[in-house]
Design a protein around this ligand. Structure first.
Ligand code: SAH
Length: 394
């Protein structure tokens, strides 16, 4: 018998609309033993079954894995992984000779809450965000090998920093299978990138910007380009590929900038018109932002929680206003927010205020989002986090 969790009256509505989270405040009573990571049944206060999921002692108390009563056995999980993999095949990511870096599993978007898996030229890099999923990591590694066969050369678990509570487990970053390789040169639309998953940020590369980087290639011919918050130079390589006359990558991380230089070099040689600059993006823009026709703004999430939302919006306004003041007439700004708690509308409003304050004429050319290997479960709008605007500044 699974432990049963009964919800307070009225707190069943979101589950009836298939939203996959139960917040701790919605819980009325717990029947049975309960520890972090257990699979529990959820019922309304009249005894009707609503779903089953993994329990965690946080604000998100239960992450639903199924809205019907099933055995969460090997076959159940295998089906979910097969579905995720086949969708990447259908989207021409898996098995594509030009692109071998993509996200295999995006949490709730793939009905695998609490799990992220990225694929880098044969290496799977897993990040667990829930103990319920983490407890099955060996089983998951085995299933993935079964499904993907020799498309996988290794499986690396990088969850030491992502598991929130950790109960009685001591997660370590370690290989679960295969080659103990730390980095690889991957391909994205034919561009080469050196990705180091053991030392890099997150799983090593920001795969979510793939389609937006591709758009930069189209916009950069003959342009002086500034890539702010550039990390390992993803956008910079595409700008160079598109024929930019010069590209500057700015990031506060020395390691990131070193990699951006390597990436420019492996694609275009030592004489590529690229500079990597270690600096604070705000300072750089203030002091040296005057000479650019194309500016990319891809900052880290300014808000991780709702309570700092006003500060975050202020941050986006400040950053974009600086860029509007600096960019050359006729220039283009590609600006992003990856904060989950900042809505598309709020982000656009911040950029609107920034444009008004700077007194520039601004047109929206493209509205950008995340690619299909970061799918958004329609019942879980929180999964949509990446928002971007391409703006023409008069
Ligand atoms: N555009 C990148 C991803 C950016 S991630 C890509 O496509 O791969 C955000 C980056 O901002 C990180 O590399 C981080 O080191 C950098 N960063 C954070 N705060 C910064 C600041 N104040 N100034 C400059 N860079 C900063």
């Amino acid at each position: 018998m699974r432990t049963k969790i009964v919800l307070r009256s009225g707190k069943d509505q979101s589950l009836r609309r298939y939203h996959p989270w139960v917040f701790s405040g919605a819980i009325k009573k717990i029947y049975g033993p309960l520890s972090e990571g257990d699979v529990v049944d959820v019922e309304d206060n009249k005894g009707e079954f609503l779903g089953m999921g993994h329990y965690a002692p946080g604000s998100i108390a239960i992450r639903i894995i199924s809205f019907s009563r099933v055995d969460a056995d090997r076959d159940f999980w295998k089906q979910r992984f097969v579905a995720a993999y086949l969708m990447r095949k259908e989207m021409k990511l898996a098995g594509n000779p030009e692109t071998n870096a993509w996200r295999l599993v995006y949490g709730e978007g793939d009905l695998l809450p609490g799990l992220i898996i990225d694929y880098y030229a044969g290496m799977l890099v897993m990040q667990f965000h829930s103990v319920g999923m983490y407890r099955q990591r060996e089983r998951f590694a085995e299933l993935l090998r079964e499904i993907m066969g020799d498309e996988i050369i290794g499986i690396y678990d990088k969850s030491a920093a992502t598991l929130p509570f950790k109960a009685d487990i001591k997660p370590r970053d370690e290989w679960l299978y295969g080659k103990k390789q730390k980095e690889a040169e991957v391909l994205e639309y034919g561009n080469h990138f050196l990705v180091n998953w053991t030392e890099g940020q997150k799983t090593g590369f920001f795969l979510d910007q793939r389609e937006n980087r591709k758009l930069i290639r189209r916009l950069s011919k003959g342009k002086e380009v500034l890539n702010l918050f550039g990390y390992t130079g993803g956008f910079s390589v595409y700008a160079l590929r598109g024929g930019a006359s010069h590209v500057d990558t700015v990031d506060s991380s020395r390691k990131a900038i070193d990699l951006s230089k390597i990436n420019a070099e492996i694609n275009f040689g030592k004489d590529a018109p690229h500079r990597g600059i270690v600096a604070d993006a705000f300072d750089y823009l203030e002091k040296s932002g005057n000479n650019y026709d194309l500016i990319i703004l891809d900052p880290p999430a300014f808000a991780k929680h709702n309570n700092v939302l006003p500060n975050a919006l202020q941050g986006y306004k400040r950053l974009n206003e600086k860029a509007f003041r600096k960019i050359r007439p006729g220039g283009i700004i590609m600006t992003f927010s990856c904060s989950q708690v900042v809505s598309r509308e709020n982000f656009r409003k911040s950029v609107f205020v920034a444009a008004a304050n700077a007194g520039r004429e601004v047109k929206i050319l493209f509205q950008l989002s995340q690619p299909p290997d970061h799918p958004v479960n329609i019942f879980h709008p929180e999964g949509e986090y990446l928002k971007g605007l391409v703006l023409r500044v008069g």
